[in-house]
Design a binder for this molecule. Sequence first.
Ligand SMILES: NC(=O)c1ccc[n+]([C@@H]2O[C@H](COP(=O)([O-])OP(=O)(O)OC[C@H]3O[C@@H](n4cnc5c(N)ncnc54)[C@H](O)[C@@H]3O)[C@@H](O)[C@H]2O)c1
Length: 379
Amino acid sequence: MSSDNAIEVAVLGAGQMGGHVIEHLADSPLVRAITVYDRHPERMEDLKQRCGVKTAESLEQVLSDPAIRLVFITASNNAHKELSIAALQAGKAVMCEKPMATTLANAEAMVEAAETTGGFLQIGFELRYSHLYTKVKDWIDEGRLGRVLNTQCTYTTSAWGRHDAWRTQSKSSGGMFGEKLSHYVDLPRWWIGDQVEEVYAVCAPNVIPYYEVHDNYHCTYRFTNGAVSHLTFMMGPAATFRGDPLQNAVSQQAGDGHALRYMIYGERGAAETDVFPRSIKRWEFGENDYGQTSEWVQTETWEPERDFSYFHNTHDQALDIVRRVVKGEPPKTNPRDALETTRLCFAAELSVKEKRPVRLAELNSHQPQLPSSDQRKDS
Ligand SMILES: NC(=O)c1ccc[n+]([C@@H]2O[C@H](COP(=O)([O-])OP(=O)(O)OC[C@H]3O[C@@H](n4cnc5c(N)ncnc54)[C@H](O)[C@@H]3O)[C@@H](O)[C@H]2O)c1
């Protein structure tokens, strides 16, 4: 039952993510109606049958409808810039999925459009809503870890199949770093709360033969305050999973090679988040006659039914964005903040390509190029 101030919302992109967002929006009393648009009419039709949404015949139909106040952009990455800017210029509030765009120039153009129109633009970094990671942020804000100096992320997952073609190609995905790892550099930025000064990333030759993008990264970020964040990523070793990683898949993937673990190390204590054992832990540091001590003081776990809210909390993100738009509040994450995370992704790609550390300041004058399969074969 919708409330009196409920709004109409559109979803642009009727693929896997568009379907999730539509299911989430059905839980909001602040949403009166949902219109979906996709270049493939059969995908819209499927959502109409399953979820009772309206369908639009064209993007123009969505943008010229004054009843639609907010659009969720869940199209593939190379459509993000065009759709976001058109929607902002049409006076709509915009939530755009990560990664912001397939080039840094396009991401900058999106932020400029939000600033010149004064419009609402939030990028889909839903891990900032996920209990697993907000818990760490709360501990940091409460001073339990002290100043965070060091984070380490180990991420191993299964390969995308050939049917996910746009994701595996450089131009249409914008690179693996933005498409898969933007969440996992956004989190340490959020926790450490400082600017990254320099990044160094290397990739081993690919194992997955049909990827144009890289299938692995070893990446280190150095922040201006001296903190360091490291990310090791391998796509492919974990058992092939044909389901949807945003669904309740944690149980099915536990123990089959999937891993997604952070160690967060501060001056006064440490925390660990570990998705597949459903675990979050905290240690406190002290001192005794022996020397530095570390005491394991807190553990939390959660039931499988809560995987969604602990891990990829796209549900609460969608409902919060609707609430913010209805109440006239700004985005939870400023688009310039999301742009900084996007800059880190492109800095990592540039570091890999040029086989050298990259200072973030360089990106102002240097638009990184994505790897092509020919370049990668040389590496
Ligand atoms: N936040 C997350 O954790 C998360 C998870 C999965 C996907 N995503 C993001 O969501 C987006 C969609 O991913 P997906 O898995 O749903 O992909 P998908 O391939 O299942 O769906 C993408 C849809 O976009 C449509 N599309 C492409 N260009 C369009 C345009 N100009 N106008 C209208 N529709 C257009 C395609 O026809 C397709 O139906 C991607 O940006 C992806 O990175 C985010």
